[in-house]
Write a protein that binds this ligand. Structure first.
Ligand SMILES: [Zn+2]
Length: 447
């Protein structure tokens, strides 16, 4: 028994076999065993008893824009990972764009890792980027440990990360399939976006009309066709259009290798409630109508949607002007994803087991992190302790995000994160965050 031995006890431990009273034995940062609640604590082991607070695996957020280096006034590894730790997240995977440089070559990946080192309060991995002309960089990035490759089918919002056309998409996906990699796609069809009225002015309805559902539906249909033809593995990012769900469900039934994520804002906010000029609600694809939100919840309930991840994409306040055409598109929610989703999930009759599957287990599986995302022996001792019935009102100033802008300001949410644990070490006690001890993760290499 090492001096790092620890037992965590709760009447509500969320495990892959369900929620039950249990004691979780931890040694050297790894879960050793899930024991009966009253199991004796070995001599020399510390006991942390959480009573009726729920013990969850640390969440895994595979969609975070850290923007570091290059746009660190928007966010950075120090602030993003502190916000994540405060929100019960113990692993994040950083998107390849909005930093300068973008993660499109191994030299750029090295630059990202160099700035992240020593600043990561939680474990951090990296996506690579697939852009026009970098097919030759994909295999080296894969070998260097990125978890997969992101591409856009329509303009990304930043000039240094251009979208791919259909020919470039097929080229990149063919290359990625050749080494067993994963392509993650911002799926909005550029033709439909160009044909829609351009976004302008302070009215949310005008912005919504500029990003119609059909652009998502058709882009996803095309992607399914390509994945089917190439036998390739693809993942649809931030699904907003509920109309695409039957298409995706059918593709999954046919054995197409496709997974899908949606985001807290699509599940908890509605177009109807967004005030004019409130561009903290602007993101692409957009938050749609309440009826669409119901469809997304149905997609989660029947398993068509696999994951719920933040798409945390902050900017400085000056870029969030009152004009929906000009304002930066991105919603900041890293610290609030768990309570936001849980608040709506419990209203709709879902359990914490469901939330953990969507926000920890499935995202970990998406990126092949088999030591993350569940409370079971052999996995990292990463935990979030949650008071599920307790409520709080969102105060932007209390957020650890670099820019205190949030679409959730003033909302009362269920679920207070009491503490967060990374490999058996408490990194957030509910008021104070520990010094950074996060690791930079590489995709698990398999024989
Ligand atoms: Zn994003």
């Amino acid at each position: 028994m090492s001096d790092t031995a620890l037992v965590l006890r709760s009447t509500r431990v969320v495990t892959p076999q369900g929620t039950r009273a249990a004691s979780v034995a931890v040694n050297d940062g790894t879960i050793d065993a899930v024991l009966p609640y009253g199991a004796a604590v070995p001599a020399g082991a510390r006991l942390a008893d959480f009573g009726d607070d729920a013990l969850l695996p640390g969440l895994v957020d595979t969609h975070v824009h850290v923007n570091d280096p290059g746009r660190t006034e928007w966010e950075g590894f120090w602030t993003a990972t502190r916000a994540a730790a405060a929100g019960g997240i113990t692993t994040l995977v950083d998107m390849p764009l909005n930093s300068l440089p973008p993660t499109t070559t191994t030299a750029h990946l090295d630059a990202k890792r160099a700035v992240a080192r020593g600043k990561a309060h939680i474990d951090v991995g990296f996506w690579g980027g697939a852009v026009p002309g970098n097919v030759k960089d994909l295999r080296p990035l894969h070998d260097a440990g990125v978890f997969g490759f992101k591409c856009f089918l329509s303009p990304s919002g930043v000039d240094e990360f251009p979208e791919v056309d259909q020919e470039q998409l097929a080229l990149a996906l063919g290359e990625i399939a050749g080494f067993g990699g994963l392509l993650i796609v911002h799926a909005e069809d550029p033709g439909h976006l160009a044909a829609a009225p351009a976004p302008h002015g302070p009215k949310y309805a005008d912005f919504l009309a500029s990003r119609p559902r059909v652009s998502e539906n058709d882009a996803i249909a095309g992607l399914i066709g390509l994945a089917r033809r190439l036998g390739a593995r693809v993942h649809v990012l931030h699904l907003s259009s509920g109309d695409a769900l039957p298409l995706i469900a059918a593709a999954k039934r046919d054995g197409v290798r496709i997974t899908v994520e949606t985001c807290p804002h699509f599940l908890t906010l509605t177009a109807e409630e967004i005030p004019d000029g409130a561009t903290e609600f602007k993101c692409c694809p957009p938050i749609r109508e309440d009826t669409n939100r119901d469809a997304l919840w149905a997609g989660l309930a029947d398993g068509t949607i696999d994951c719920v991840v933040s798409d945390h994409s902050p900017s400085t306040a000056d870029l969030k002007t009152a004009d929906f055409g000009a304002a930066w598109g991105g919603i900041s929610s890293l610290q609030l994803g768990l309570p936001a989703v849980w608040t709506e999930a419990r209203e709709r009759g879902h359990s914490l087991d469901d939330v953990v599957r969507w926000m920890a287990t499935a995202p970990a599986a998406l990126v092949g992190l088999d030591r993350k995302g569940a409370i079971e022996p052999g996995r990292d001792a990463d935990f979030a302790v949650l008071a599920p019935e307790e409520t709080f009102t969102v105060d932007p100033q209390a957020l650890q995000h670099r820019n205190k802008i949030t679409a959730y300001a003033g909302k009362t949410l269920h679920g207070v994160v009491r503490s967060t644990w990374l490999r058996g070490r408490r990194i957030n006690d509910g008021t104070t965050l520990a010094e950074p001890t996060g690791a930079l993760l590489e995709r698990t290499r398999r024989a």
